[in-house]
Design a protein around this ligand. Structure first.
Ligand code: HEC
Length: 713
C-alpha cells in the first residue's frame, strides 16, 4: 500500500518549496508600532507587497469617517496612526481616539476625552499627531494627550485605566518644578516608551506673555507617577544654567520638545529635539546661548541624565525650533559602519551625529551673523551650519521673487521693500525681516524617512518665504481700560491675530475686526478661558486683564482705569507682527517655484541622490514648465518594496514615488488635504497604506476621512 498524501497537502508543500526557492515568504502581518513607525522614527516598513510594478493598481480598501470635522474648515487631522496586531489606533478631528479593524476599517471603540473632562473644554484644545502603545502580557495601553491631560486607555476597550494617575489621566501642567498655574502645557506629539517609562515632551506658549518651561518628563506607565524630569532651562547648579540670566529658570518658558522623541533601546538613550525659548522673537531678557533650547538632547532614558547635546541655534530669535523627531539609523561612512542620529532642521539642513558620542560625521561651521536693530537685543555672534548639501534654498534674494505675472512680482517686491533680507540670520526687525525657509521650515513636523537597506534619508520640505515685523509695545502711561486692553492684546494676541486684528491671509487666524458684531462678549470671555482648536486658553491672565482685552476688542469708550499699567509689561518692549507668508495678491507663494520638494540624501556620503518638486499647481505655471511643488505638511512613509508614500501637498493629492528615482508612480485625489504622515502595514498577507485626510491647512477644506489603499483582491 502506498502512502497517499491528500492533494491539498501536496500543493501546500510545493507552494512552500517554491516560495523558499524563488521569493522570500511574505510575512502575513507587519505592524506600524509607533508614531514614525518604530522607536527610531524611520517611517519605514519592511512590507514589500506593493512595488513600483504594481502600485498603479492601488484602490481604496476602506474609508473611515470620524464624524467630527468642522464645517468652518478649522479642524485638522495630523495623526500618524499606529497599527498593532491588526488593529489601527488613531485620533479624530476633535481629539477623539478610536480603534479600527485595520483590514476593514470597522470601528471597535471610540474614546472622547470631552466626555470625561466634563465642562473643561480645554481638554480638546490643540491637535493630535498620534498615540503611544505599551504592553506587558495582558496589560495593553494606549496613551493619548488632549489639552493638558494625558490619558492611559485600555487598548482593548478604550476605557481609561483607573489606576493610572487620577482616574486614568495625569495633568501635564503639573509637576514642572515651578508654579505654572494657568499656563498652557499641551502635548500634540505622542511620548515614547523606554521599558516601563513614558517619556513626554510638551507644547507651551512661545509668545511675549508668561510661558511654561519645556522640561522633559518620564512617567511610570502603570501608575502615572513622575519618575524623572530634565530641566531644559537648567536650575541653579545644573550644567547650562550659566547660559542664561541667573533667574531665568524661574521666569522664562519654552525650550520644549514638541516634535517627536526617538529611543535607542540597546544603548538606553533617548533623543529629544527642543524648540526655542519664549519669547520667540526678542531675547533681551534671556541674554546668553540659552541651553538646552534648540538642541538635540541625548539623555539616559532610565534616569534623565544628560549624556550629550548639540545646540543648533544659539539664543534663538527666529523660532527655529527643531521641527521633527531625530531619526536613528546605521550608515557606512568612510568605510566604517556607524550608528547615527539624524536631525533635519527648519533651516533646510541635515545634521548627522554618532549616536553614542554626539560627534558630527561631517564638519559643522560656526558662521558670523548680522546684528539686531532692536532695543536691548544682543544676538549670539555666530550660528552653526551643516556642511552637507542643504535640501531647501538657503538665502532669499530679490532675484527669487515670483515671476508668475508682472503684477504678482510687483506686489511682492513692494511687500519686501526696505525689509532685511539676503542673509539667513537677519534678526527680526521693525522694518520687516524675510524669514527663509519660512517659520514652518524647511523640514517640518511630518518627519522624514530613512531606508535602512540603502542608508538613504528622504525629506519633504517647504521653500516658502515669510516676512515678519516687530512692533514696539505701546508703553504709554495711559491707564484707561481700553488702553490697557490694547497693550494686553499686543502682547498676547497680536502674534496670531495680527497687530491690527486683521487675521492672516490663509484664514488660519481669524480677523477680530468685526468681533463685536459676530460674538457676544460672554463668548469671547469663555474663549479666553477655554481656548478652542489651535487657539490656546489664556487662564494665566487675570479676570481684569481679560475684561480689558474684551473692552478693547469691542471698542469701548476709554474709562479711566483704577490701576496703573502693569509694570511687568515693560519687560518685553516688542511684540510680534504675525506669522505672515510672503504671498502674491492671488495667494500664491511670493517666491519662484519649487514651493515644495522631496529630496533623497545618501547619509554616509553626504550627497543628494535626487531632488524633485512635491505637488503641483498647474494653473500657476506654463504648460511646459516643471511641476511647481506646493507648500506641504505631513511626512513620507517608505517601504522595502521600493516606494515612498506622501500626501502633504495643498493640491490635496496622495502620491507614491519610486524610492530610487524620485519619479511619481501613482497619484490620487483625497477627500481633503492629507496633512499627516501615512502608515503602511500588512494584515492577513495584504499590504495597506492609510492616511488621515483632515485638510484644514493652507486655506483648504477640512474632512474627517481616514482612507486606506490596497491592491484589488
Ligand atoms: C496661537 C495663536 C493664537 C493666539 C495667540 C490667540 N488666538 Fe485667538 N484664535 C486663534 C485661532 C486659530 C482661532 C480659531 C479657533 C477655532 O475656532 O478653532 C482663534 C479664535 C479667536 C476668536 C473667535 C473669532 C471668531 O471669529 O470666532 C477670538 C474672539 C479670539 N481668537 C481672540 C483672541 C484673543 C483676545 C487673544 C489674546 C488674548 C487670542 N485670540 C490669541 C489663534 C490664536
Amino acid at each position: 500500500m502506498t502512502a497517499r498524501l491528500p492533494l491539498v497537502v501536496v500543493l501546500t508543500i510545493v507552494a512552500l518549496a517554491c516560495a523558499t526557492v524563488w521569493t522570500q515568504p511574505a510575512p502575513s502581518a507587519i505592524d506600524w508600532t509607533a508614531h514614525g513607525a518604530d522607536a527610531g522614527h524611520r517611517q519605514y516598513s519592511p512590507a514589500a507587497q506593493l512595488t513600483p510594478a504594481n502600485v498603479a493598481r492601488l484602490q481604496v480598501a476602506w474609508t473611515y469617517r470620524t464624524g467630527d470635522a468642522r464645517p468652518d474648515g478649522r479642524s485638522q487631522m495630523q495623526c500618524n496612526p499606529i497599527v498593532i496586531d491588526g488593529v489601527l489606533y488613531a485620533t479624530s478631528a476633535q481629539l477623539k481616539v478610536f480603534a479600527l479593524d485595520a483590514a476593514t476599517g470597522r470601528q471597535r471603540w471610540v474614546f472622547d476625552p470631552l466626555a470625561v473632562a466634563g465642562p473643561d473644554k480645554a481638554a480638546a484644545v490643540g491637535v493630535s499627531r498620534g498615540l503611544t502603545y505599551w504592553a506587558e502580557g495582558d496589560d495593553r495601553r494606549i496613551f493619548m494627550a488632549a489639552g493638558p491631560w494625558l490619558y492611559a486607555l485600555h487598548a482593548g476597550t478604550g476605557q481609561p485605566i483607573p489606576t493610572f494617575g487620577e482616574a486614568g489621566r495625569i495633568n501635564l501642567q503639573q509637576d514642572l518644578d515651578r508654579d505654572t498655574t494657568g499656563l498652557s502645557v499641551l502635548s500634540n506629539t505622542p511620548g515614547a516608551i523606554y521599558k516601563d517609562l513614558l517619556i513626554v515632551g510638551s507644547k507651551v506658549s512661545e509668545g511675549p506673555g508668561a510661558a511654561a518651561p519645556g522640561h522633559i518628563r518620564a512617567y511610570d506607565v502603570r501608575s502615572g507617577r513622575r519618575r524623572w524630569i530634565f530641566h531644559t532651562i537648567p536650575h541653579p547648579a545644573e550644567p547650562g544654567h550659566e547660559t542664561w540670566p541667573a533667574d531665568a529658570w524661574q521666569r522664562i518658558g519654552g525650550a520644549n520638545a514638541w516634535s517627536g522623541i526617538s529611543v535607542d533601546h540597546e544603548r538606553g538613550l533617548v533623543f529629544l529635539p527642543t524648540g526655542s525659548a519664549a519669547f520667540d522673537f526678542w531675547g533681551g531678557n534671556r541674554a546668553g546661548a540659552n541651553l538646552y533650547a534648540n538642541s538635540l538632547l541625548a539623555l539616559d532614558a532610565a534616569t534623565g541624565r544628560r549624556v550629550w547635546h548639540f545646540q543648533f541655534v544659539h539664543h534663538d530669535l527666529w523660532d527655529r525650533d527643531l521641527p521633527t523627531a531625530p531619526i536613528l539609523g546605521t550608515v557606512t561612512h568612510q568605510g566604517r559602519r556607524v550608528d547615527v542620529v539624524m536631525q533635519a532642521t527648519k533651516t533646510g539642513e541635515l545634521f548627522v551625529f554618532d549616536r553614542a558620542t554626539g560627534t558630527s560625521l561631517f564638519p559643522i561651521e560656526e558662521r558670523p551673523v548680522p546684528p539686531s536693530t532692536l532695543e536691548g537685543e544682543v544676538p549670539w555672534p555666530t550660528q552653526p551650519a551643516s556642511t552637507l548639501p542643504a535640501f531647501s534654498r538657503q538665502v532669499f534674494t530679490s532675484e527669487m521673487v515670483t515671476r508668475r505675472t508682472p503684477e504678482a512680482r510687483a506686489a511682492v517686491l513692494a511687500k519686501i521693500a526696505g525689509a532685511r533680507m539676503g542673509h539667513k540670520w537677519h534678526p527680526p526687525s521693525e522694518q520687516g525681516t524675510v524669514i527663509f525657509p519660512g517659520f514652518d521650515g524647511g523640514a517640518e513636523w511630518g518627519g522624514q524617512a530613512f531606508d535602512p537597506e540603502r542608508g538613504v534619508f528622504y525629506v519633504n520640505s517647504n521653500d516658502m518665504a515669510w516676512i515678519t515685523h516687530m512692533i514696539a509695545v505701546d508703553r504709554s502711561r495711559e491707564t484707561s481700560q481700553v488702553a490697557q486692553g490694547r497693550r494686553q492684546y499686543q502682547i498676547n494676541c497680536a502674534g496670531c491675530h495680527g497687530i491690527d486684528r486683521q487675521g492672516d491671509a490663509q484664514h488660519i487666524y481669524p480677523s477680530l475686526q468685526g468681533v463685536a458684531q459676530k460674538l457676544p462678549r460672554a463668548a469671547v470671555h469663555d474663549l479666553l478661558v477655554q481656548g478652542r482648536g489651535v487657539m490656546p486658553a489664556f487662564k494665566q491672565l487675570t479676570a481684569e486683564q481679560r475684561a480689558q482685552i474684551v473692552a478693547y476688542l469691542f471698542g469701548d469708550e476709554p474709562i479711566p482705569g483704577a490701576r496703573t499699567p502693569d509694570e511687568g509689561l515693560a519687560e518685553i518692549p516688542y511684540t510680534f507682527g504675525g506669522y505672515t507668508r510672503l504671498v502674491d495678491p492671488d495667494g500664491y507663494p511670493g517666491i519662484t517655484p519649487p514651493w515644495g520638494q522631496l529630496t533623497a540624501i545618501d547619509v554616509g556620503n553626504g550627497t543628494i541622490l535626487w531632488q524633485v518638486p512635491l505637488g503641483d499647481r498647474p494653473e500657476a505655471r506654463a504648460a511646459d514648465a516643471p511641476p511647481t511643488g506646493t507648500e506641504n505638511y505631513g511626512g513620507p512613509a517608505i517601504t522595502a518594496g521600493g516606494l515612498l508614500f506622501i500626501g502633504a501637498t495643498n493640491d490635496e493629492k496622495f502620491r507614491a514615488f519610486d524610492l530610487r528615482s524620485g519619479k511619481v508612480l501613482w497619484e490620487t485625489s483625497l477627500p481633503a488635504g492629507g496633512y499627516a504622515t501615512p502608515a503602511t502595514y500588512v494584515v492577513d498577507g495584504r499590504q495597506y497604506v492609510v492616511i488621515a485626510a483632515g485638510g484644514g491647512k493652507m486655506g483648504t477644506k477640512s474632512s474627517d476621512a481616514y482612507v486606506a489603499y490596497a491592491l484589488p483582491r
